[in-house]
Design a binder for this molecule. Structure first.
Ligand SMILES: Nc1nc2c(c(=O)[nH]1)N[C@H]1C(S)=C(S)[C@@H](COP(=O)(O)OP(=O)(O)OC[C@H]3O[C@@H](n4cnc5c(=O)[nH]c(N)nc54)[C@H](O)[C@@H]3O)O[C@H]1N2
Ligand SMILES: Nc1nc2c(c(=O)[nH]1)N[C@H]1C(S)=C(S)[C@@H](COP(=O)(O)OP(=O)(O)OC[C@H]3O[C@@H](n4cnc5c(=O)[nH]c(N)nc54)[C@H](O)[C@@H]3O)O[C@H]1N2
Ligand SMILES: [Mo]
Length: 845
């Protein structure tokens, strides 16, 4: 915990009263050989109820049943400012209070007036009525159209907790009651995690990276290639450990030279006083080819490494020097495309080759058209440098995602399973044994690449390629979502709205009135994770603690846990016992803990009994071995490429992939290749002048917390901020604080102008996750009043290989908004809900 008080980040919450003496910390953590911080302390703030979130572990001060104040956990080295938004989200005016049904759907039946979705005309119903409607509609759709008419992919970041993992709980219900169409992959790294197994034999993006300590000791040059851990490591899929700040600090103190290749001068770049190089977005492959050409022509590449550890360099070399296509990828050629001078590319090549260099890439570069290529090209560049597997050298794809903090010696805590599917004895209503229709057989339908959901809805029956296989789109009539916000996360909002009109029924579980909930037919109000008990682990890579998540407050309004909602649906189909297995919330928590305890015992560690853990009001800490502190990525492969061969067909790094060559995809050639995206800054056929960068937000997790007080910290004129370079602002007569309209052929949004030197000319930054707020939901292409950037982005797939999202592909124009801008409404309580307050539940339905 070496960080001082003067961190330049907005993400720090004051820990004033919670810094403990070293002695107290020792008593908590490492005392007496026990792994357990066994609450020997008095009723001090550290005995307040403990729980956890995507923003960190925290303690809660509760007064009269209200969560009054959030206190950072005393072991959090860098508490996130987002914790305050987390608390506020519980009491936000956007809370969903009651089950509600869209009036047209309720009165005229499924599929009625699909254009009316999003207009807010909801009717409050009782829980009984709502669950009856959902169960009956699931049965109707399955009987009429089969199980593969139900989409339950339900992508999203939900809340933390092993028991109340709402997507898994949904799948468990959908599997048990029949079958459903699911999804594979994610919006995060789907291009990288499909291409990298062909190249390095593992997903790469979830591999642990060389630790920060080892970087500090060995690395001379650290390249952050579209990689911003100082922002994106604030959160985690489980609970963040926040060890990245100490890590970056150690690297800074060691004097490692940082080079940031990014259209934005990031927090990471600022903190480490890095050199900022800002290429045109989406041109990184061209830039890397230019650097590779210098390495090759100046004989700075490591031939021995390429020979011993890689295959296919010769095929790539021919492309690099232009033997295959007549175009040498010289630095001059690259400079023309990426906008970085050829001499700078030469200098970078020499700097990389002359020093121990770590090339660290984030995931934005693969969230673009042809997004498979940048990670492949980065590995190729690293292979040419020959430092892979050496301490402090090589490549990495996860520093921005909490990797680099040593992995602790801990057991994994299992989570809720999506179940065994349906046993024959559990036949759904209307089925007899021997009936082989898909509805009665529990046929689980197909899985689609997750970002193709809109393409699927628009094109039932169409067959697409996907990583060497084929997927045929089913005809979806009903979609069920829990724990995600597709009306924020998916690209090309207006195309999506057209697609959504094709389905009969859309059911959404959430605790807040997101645009997704507002576009539902049936809305079910669920609890936040602070209104229920659970268990989780700390640190996606660190795995340092197991934390008891204690209920902080009783459920507000009529909220029920997702678990209870699905149990209620299963009850109506005669399957409740099978769903719950007769277990209560605390039974599940105890079972998962006990399984972890057995795993720990097998590793020679003794964890306390469950009750002691649960009542301790502290997290259980695990030790870390020296070998993990000294971890070096791909060292085993380098030391013994036969015994520790990679998982590729050749066991080596595949610069040329025969497996991909066999697929014959024109949009994913068999070696890293520069291909023009459909749109880019100064692209040959690009219509609009500004590239839209939709970064991950500083004060939110995607759309989560957008409806909270945190908005005051970043909103400009009440809208989502749009960063713009002074040159581009002046050209359009825009100044700080203005409201502007950003538009292209796909859509239009209002944004608040934030003029900044920290963004490259020609690029604007509008973070993803701003809540969609259509001015007139019935009108196609209507203005979004708040600033959901996905009105502007393209839904094109990266390629036929990964079929991943290209969220970073999009361009637009910007103009000052004339007149009085329309009021933002998406953060207010919906009118029909406010009116329904006095109405006894069920009166209307
Ligand atoms: N343009 C652009 N678009 C992007 C990206 C980008 O970079 N640019 N990034 C993409 C990426 S990487 C991702 S991961 C996605 C993220 O997209 P999402 O994961 O869909 O975004 P979240 O805002 O986290 O949505 C989670 C939702 O779950 C709800 N929720 C939380 N807890 C519970 C619970 O216990 N039960 C239920 N029923 N609901 C709950 C929250 O209230 C929230 O509405 O966005 C993608 N979209
Ligand atoms: N605070 C916060 N942290 C998060 C999240 C969040 O919502 N908020 N989301 C989490 C999730 S689900 C994910 S998937 C990860 C996402 O992690 P990333 O995908 O790595 O995050 P981004 O912010 O999209 O992009 C990282 C950097 O790439 C730069 N960049 C964009 N386009 C280009 C390009 O074409 N070339 C180059 N060289 N750089 C480019 C951006 O300016 C940014 O600084 O973050 C996680 N962490
Ligand atoms: Mo993500």
């Amino acid at each position: 915990m070496s960080m001082g008080n003067n961190r330049p980040f907005p993400s720090q919450l004051s820990r004033r009263s919670f810094i403990k003496s070293a002695a107290a910390l020792a008593a908590l953590g490492a005392g007496g050989g026990s792994l357990f911080a066994n609450g020997a302390l008095a009723q001090t703030p550290d005995r307040l109820p403990l729980s956890a979130s995507h923003w960190g572990v925290f303690r809660a001060q509760v007064k009269n049943g209200r969560f009054e104040k959030v206190l950072p956990w005393e072991h959090d080295p860098h508490p996130s400012v987002m914790l305050e938004g987390m608390r506020d989200s519980i009491y936000s005016p956007t809370r969903i209070k009651y089950p509600m049904v869209r009036r047209a759907w309720l009165e005229q039946g499924p599929g009625a007036d699909p254009d009316g979705r999003g207009t807010g005309d909801f009717v409050r119903v009782s829980w009984d009525k709502a669950l009856d409607l959902v169960a009956a509609e699931m049965t109707r759709v399955r009987k009429t159209h089969g199980n593969s008419a139900v989409y339950g992919g339900s992508y999203g970041w939900k809340s933390v907790g092993k028991v109340h993992s709402c997507r898994v709980l949904l799948w468990r219900m959908l599997k048990l009651t029949g079958g459903f169409v699911s999804s594979v992959g994610n919006y995060s790294n789907a291009a990288a995690s499909v291409i990298l197994p062909h190249v390095i034999g593992s997903a790469g993006v979830v591999d642990q990276c060389t630790t920060y300590e080892m970087l500090a000791k060995h690395t001379k040059v650290l390249v952050m290639w579209g990689c911003n851990p100082a922002n994106t490591s604030n959160i985690a899929w489980m609970v963040p450990d926040h060890g990245y700040m100490d890590g970056l600090d150690v690297v800074k103190k060691a004097g490692v030279k940082l080079i940031c290749i990014d259209p934005v001068r990031t927090e990471t770049c600022q903190f480490l006083d890095g050199e900022w190089i800002a290429p045109k977005p989406q041109t990184d492959v061209a830039m890397m080819l230019g650097i590779a050409h210098v390495l090759y022509s100046e004989k700075l590449h490591d031939e021995a490494f390429l020979k011993k550890y890689a295959t296919g360099f010769e095929d790539f070399r021919k492309y690099l020097v232009g033997e295959t296509d007549g175009v040498a990828k010289t630095p001059e050629w690259a400079a023309d495309i990426c906008g970085i001078p050829a001499d700078k590319l030469r200098e970078l090549a020499r700097t990389f080759a002359g020093n121990r260099t770590m090339l660290s890439m984030g995931w934005s570069t693969q969230r673009q058209h042809h997004g498979e290529q940048p990670p492949w090209m980065l590995v190729t560049l690293a292979a040419m440098l020959g430092q892979i597997g050496l301490p402090g050298g090589g490549f990495a794809f996860s520093y921005h995602y909490n990797a680099g903090v040593p992995t602790h010696d801990s057991p994994s805590v299992p989570g809720m399973s999506d179940g065994r599917g349906r046993a024959l004895a559990d036949l759904p209503p209307g089925c007899t044994p021997g009936n082989t229709t898909s509805y009665c057989m529990g046929d689980t339908g197909v899985s689609i690449p997750v970002s193709r959901v809109v393409e699927m809805l628009l094109n039932p029956g169409m067959t697409i390629d996907f990583n060497g296989s084929k997927v045929t789109y089913p005809d979806i009539k009903m979609a069920f979502w829990a724990g995600g916000n597709p009306f924020a996360h998916h690209q090309d909002r207006n195309e999506m709205l057209r697609a959504w009109r094709k389905i009969d029924t859309f059911v959404v579980n959430d605790f807040q009135w997101t645009a997704t909930a507002r576009h539902a037919d049936i809305v079910l109000p669920v609890t936040t994770s602070y209104e229920r008990n659970d268990i989780e682990q700390v640190g996606d890579f660190a795995l340092s603690h197991i934390v008891p998540m204690r209920k902080i407050v009783e459920p507000l309004y009529e909220a029920r846990s997702d678990y209870d909602v699905y149990a209620g649906i299963c009850d109506r189909l005669g399957l409740k016992e099978q769903y719950t297995e007769g277990l209560t919330e605390i039974d599940w928590i105890r079972n998962f803990y006990e399984k972890a305890r057995m795993t720990a015992r097998a590793k020679g560690m003794e964890m306390p009994v469950f009750d002691a853990f649960w009542n301790s009001e502290d997290a259980l800490e695990f030790p870390v071995k020296q070998a993990q502190k000294d971890f070096v990525g791909y060292a085993a492969f380098r030391n013994d490429p036969l015994l520790s061969a990679l998982g590729t067909p050749s066991g080596k790094i595949e610069i040329f992939s025969k497996a991909i060559a066999k697929m014959k995809y024109d949009d994913c050639p068999p070696h890293p290749t520069w291909m023009e995206p459909i749109e880019r800054l100064d692209g040959p056929t690009t219509k609009y002048p500004l590239h839209v960068a939709s970064n991950h937000p500083i004060y939110r997790l995607h759309s989560q917390l957008c409806g909270t007080v945190l908005r005051e910290k970043y909103a400009v004129a009440g809208r989502e901020p749009c960063w713009i370079n002074p040159v581009d602002a002046a050209r359009r007569g825009l100044k700080d604080g203005d409201v502007a309209r950003a538009f292209n052929d796909r859509g239009q949004i209002l944004v608040g102008i934030k003029v900044s030197e920290d963004i490259r000319p020609g690029v604007i930054r509008i973070d993803e996750g701003g809540w969609y707020d259509p001015e007139n939901p019935r009108e196609e292409g209507t203005l979004c009043r708040y600033g959901d950037v996905n009105n502007l982005t393209s839904s094109v797939a990266t390629s036929r290989l990964a079929q991943a999202t290209s969220a970073q592909t999009g361009s637009c124009e910007l103009e000052k908004y004339q007149g009085t801008p329309p009021k933002v409404a998406v953060f207010d309580e919906p009118e029909q809900q406010a009116r329904a307050a006095g109405m006894p539940a069920g009166r209307a339905g």
